[in-house]
Design a protein around this ligand. Structure first.
Ligand SMILES: Nc1nc2c(ncn2[C@@H]2O[C@H](COP(=O)(O)OP(=O)(O)OP(=O)(O)O)[C@@H](O)[C@H]2O)c(=O)[nH]1
Ligand SMILES: [Mg+2]
Length: 429
């Protein structure tokens, strides 16, 4: 792999256990890799609390500066979000580009954003992050431009910062207006989907857990062989973080079983930066309109418990914690325990999306949840209610129908909350 940058990663271990801390450092390395940054050194410091002005102690700072020079690193990445003051001081002290975890995640989001909405959301999050850090960035760019950052240059820098600030604020207001308009469009689309009686199933989970891979597997069930080959309906899969940033919805028609709508969306991560949560709120919130959640967990990750907790916390934050959920333990083929095979234990299913194992068990679990939300009833539909019959048929809800002089006697399985609208057509069998 060719990298664009070389970086020293700096971690500050405060309260975390070693396991938690090193997992977070590994994740930071994977984030860096996703952003095309090669990790040349992971430096660690243990302190009771971060140093207010410089995050790490001055001895460590000198050490890192020397290491960066020795190893030819052009970037130093810190494991937590730095305060604007820390950011400015570290920029001045280190003389190479300084990034914190938030800045790194923002960079990945910028690289991966494809749709217009995702691009606008990322730009907004970026500007929000940049605004209080302008002073620190000016130090950096000022130096890059060859100025010494001496007193005589300070005035120029400050005028520039003020101009930049006003420009950024204007752009942010513009972005907010555009995003509101897109959100309205999305609400209309959503309403259309809600009106469709198809059950809505949403993939959720930590980034890189295999959500998009699973979506493609399920999608293949509904495609003809030539469509499978063309791949155009499939979603993008990659061993990197935040490959998916927007929501894709596809209709899935299992060979046996009820059709449903499946959505794939942005993954979660521990301590998702606040500016991104805000910017991606409407994308994230899509999840709460689902009927059933599929929480995809990478069980080959030794710390997958942490990921599950992060997912559950995030779901609570967006008001989706009470929805029926199936836990999909994915990457079975890579799991440490070799005795583990595809199986289903109530609402927990062990699968390998990549190796196509256990998908049938997952479909059964989905089918059971769908059955839970539906109820069988007998209806006598007058002949002028043809469109209603058509809709029931289209959604695969009709079990049997019999044409009678006074209308069509239909046995159908419909969503429980829909029953109240059908009351007037209901008959005893
Ligand atoms: N070994 C193994 N790898 C898998 C499995 N499922 C997915 N992967 C791999 O895991 C990586 C991430 O898969 P994605 O489907 O892109 O994951 P995602 O959850 O959509 O990730 P983001 O969209 O980036 O949040 C890819 O390299 C997949 O090939 C599996 O069952 N076994
Ligand atoms: Mg994905």
């Amino acid at each position: 792999m060719n990298y664009d940058h070389r970086a020293v990663l700096v971690g500050l271990q405060i309260k975390q256990t070693d396991d938690e801390f090193y997992r977070a450092m590994d994740e930071l390395e994977l984030l860096a890799k996703t952003a095309s940054v090669e990790t040349v050194l992971k430096a660690v410091q243990r302190l009771d609390s971060p140093v207010r002005a410089t995050y790490i102690g001055s001895g460590k700072l000198t050490e890192i500066k020397a290491a960066a020079a020795d190893l030819d690193a052009d970037t130093v990445i810190f494991d937590q979000q730095l305060t604007p003051m820390q950011f400015k001081n570290l920029n001045e002290a280190l003389g190479v580009e300084v990034l914190d975890r938030t800045g790194l995640i923002l960079r990945i989001f910028s690289d991966q954003a494809r749709t217009r909405e995702a691009r606008l959301q990322v730009e907004h999050a970026n500007l929000q992050y940049v605004l209080p850090r302008l002073a620190g960035m000016w130090t950096h760019f000022g130096r890059q431009a060859g100025s010494s950052g001496s007193m005589s240059n300070r005035g120029v820098g400050e005028t520039q910062i003020e101009l930049d600030r006003r420009h950024i604020e204007r752009r942010m207001a513009e972005l907010e207006r555009e995003l509101k308009a897109i959100e309205r469009e999305r609400a209309t689309q959503r309403e259309r989907r809600l009106r469709s009686e198809l059950p809505k199933v949403a993939l959720v989970g930590y980034t890189n857990a295999g959500k998009s891979t699973l979506m493609n597997r399920l999608l293949e069930l509904s495609l003809s062989p030539s469509e499978v080959k063309r791949e155009e309906k499939k979603v993008h899969v990659k061993d990197a973080l935040f490959v998916t940033l927007d929501t894709t919805v596809r209709k899935i028609e299992p060979p046996s079983g009820h059709p449903f709508l499946l959505s794939d969306t942005v993954g979660f991560i521990n301590e998702l930066p606040a500016s991104l949560v805000k910017a991606f709120r409407s994308t994230l919130e899509e999840v709460k309109y689902a009927d059933i959640l599929l929480q995809v967990v990478d069980i080959s990750d030794p710390m997958h418990d942490v990921c599950e907790k992060v997912t559950e916390d995030t779901l609570r934050e967006i008001g989706a914690a009470a929805l029926p959920m199936i836990i999909v333990c994915n990457k079975l083929d890579k799991a440490e325990d070799p005795g583990l095979t595809a199986k289903r234990v109530r609402n927990k299913v062990y699968i390998s999306a990549d190796k196509n194992e256990g998908i049938d068990l997952l479909l059964e679990a989905i089918e059971d949840e769908i059955a839970n939300m539906r109820k069988e009833c007998a209806l006598l539909l007058p002949y002028d209610k043809g469109s209603l019959l058509h809709r029931l048929q289209e959604n695969g809800d009709v079990v049997s129908s019999e044409y009678r002089p006074d209308g069509v006697l239909v046995k159908a399985v419909v969503r429980k909350e829909y029953i109240k609208y059908l009351k007037s057509f209901m008959v005893e069998e």
